[in-house]
Design a binder for this molecule. Structure first.
Ligand SMILES: CC(=O)NCCS(=O)(=O)O
Length: 360
């Protein structure tokens, strides 16, 4: 049963002033260094890309050292690679390393449509000591069920609110953010309804929101406009995946003025051909650090968040990948060597996630 305090402003949930993890409420100061966009268990079959002619054998072969480069360049063409949910033990080992490297918390962005597994998240949190914050709501349109598509905004709002206040997927495990809310490009009617429901739920709950934009430079702005028109709190909303979406500095600054958090969350992903949009040149980690330094120079250090968005097997250290500690071990030293101060690093990894994740 949820404890509700009434104030003149709005109905205040018991979450107000706290962060909600899969093990319950914590004080914001307990979070520590936080990766704001990861997945610990999910499936990504919805994004399978057929292998190039001649590569069918590689796409069906077990993951082996000699195929690693092919896999890194074609991660979405290998069906087994898309089943991160088969790697719970490996993820647990990674989380223990993440803690040793100084990590405190992880926001687990798996929503309905990509196989959210809250009992596994709770088990991982208990066994590793990492604070895990789970995501409410729905991924992109191709994963929406017929039932979801038929729902009104009011019904979707009720479900999202309930996932935060009472628990999701038939469990009593409560989500601590809404998202990642999936949008495609162009944004579909079903996704627009989910965005409006997200804004309405956020208004009731005062909670953090995180959006997955479509793969087009107009997508982040359009998603924020829909949330804004539905009354969402943009200053408590994260726009994910900017590293594969907005490249032009002036366009980035125009978007930044809208007031959301700006997330660079594909650290560790370096690939020549980005199969979901071949016009995109996926940046390197060095270029991501340059983008962070640019935003800091432009006065946005309070708005930046970073993560790896691990969502496939090959990015785990078990498969020769960079793992969940890459930012702490490799990217932070690079940031410092490029003139970003320790104070700014701490803002990006500790203070900004804390501000975002604390319920109003
Ligand atoms: C799980 C997820 O949505 N990851 C983002 C992949 S993308 O290529 O940046 O869209």
């Amino acid at each position: 049963m949820t404890n509700i305090k009434k104030t003149g402003r709005r109905t205040m949930p018991e979450q107000s002033g706290k962060v909600q993890t899969v093990l319950g409420l914590i004080e914001p100061g307990q979070l520590g260094r936080t990766m704001t966009h990861e997945h610990l268990t999910m499936t990504f079959e919805c994004s399978h890309v057929p292998p190039a002619p001649g590569d069918e054998g590689l796409a069906a072969a077990p993951i082996e050292m000699k195929h690693l480069h092919w896999l890194q360049q074609n991660p979405y063409s290998h069906s087994e690679n898309l089943l991160l949910n088969q790697e719970i033990e490996a993820v647990k080992e990674e989380l223990l390393c993440y803690r040793k490297a100084g990590g405190g918390s992880i926001v687990e962005n798996t929503t309905t449509g990509i196989t959210r597994n809250l009992p596994v998240l709770r088990k991982l949190a208990k066994e590793t000591g990492v604070h895990i914050i789970a995501g409410a709501g729905y991924y992109v349109d191709v994963t929406h069920s017929d039932e979801t598509r038929k729902m009104t905004v009011e019904k979707l709002t009720d479900i999202i609110v309930s996932e935060v206040l009472h628990g999701a997927d038939g469990t009593d495990i409560r989500c601590g953010v809404i998202g990642e809310i999936g949008t495609s490009w162009p944004i579909t009617e079903s996704e627009k309804k989910v965005l409006r429901a997200t804004a309405h739920a956020q208004t009731q709950l005062g909670c953090p929101v995180i959006i997955h934009p479509g793969r087009n430079k107009a997508a982040p702005g359009e998603a924020i406009r829909i949330l804004q028109e539905a009354g969402g709190n943009i200053s408590k909303t994260v726009m994910s995946h900017l590293d594969r979406t907005l490249f032009d500095q002036q366009e980035l600054l125009e978007f930044a003025k809208m007031g959301s958090y700006l997330e660079y969350d594909l650290f560790g992903t370096e690939m020549l051909n980005y199969p979901f949009n071949l016009d995109v040149d996926m940046p390197s980690d060095s270029q991501r650090v340059q983008a962070l330094a640019f935003l800091i120079r432009e006065g946005y250090e309070d708005r930046i968040l970073i993560a790896h968005d691990i969502h496939t097997k090959h990015r785990l250290t078990k498969y020769g990948g960079h793992g969940f500690s890459h930012i702490l071990k490799n990217i932070v030293p690079k940031m410092l060597s490029r003139g970003i101060t320790q104070n700014q690093v701490d803002k990006i990894l500790i203070e900004n996630p804390k501000q975002w994740l604390t319920f109003k």
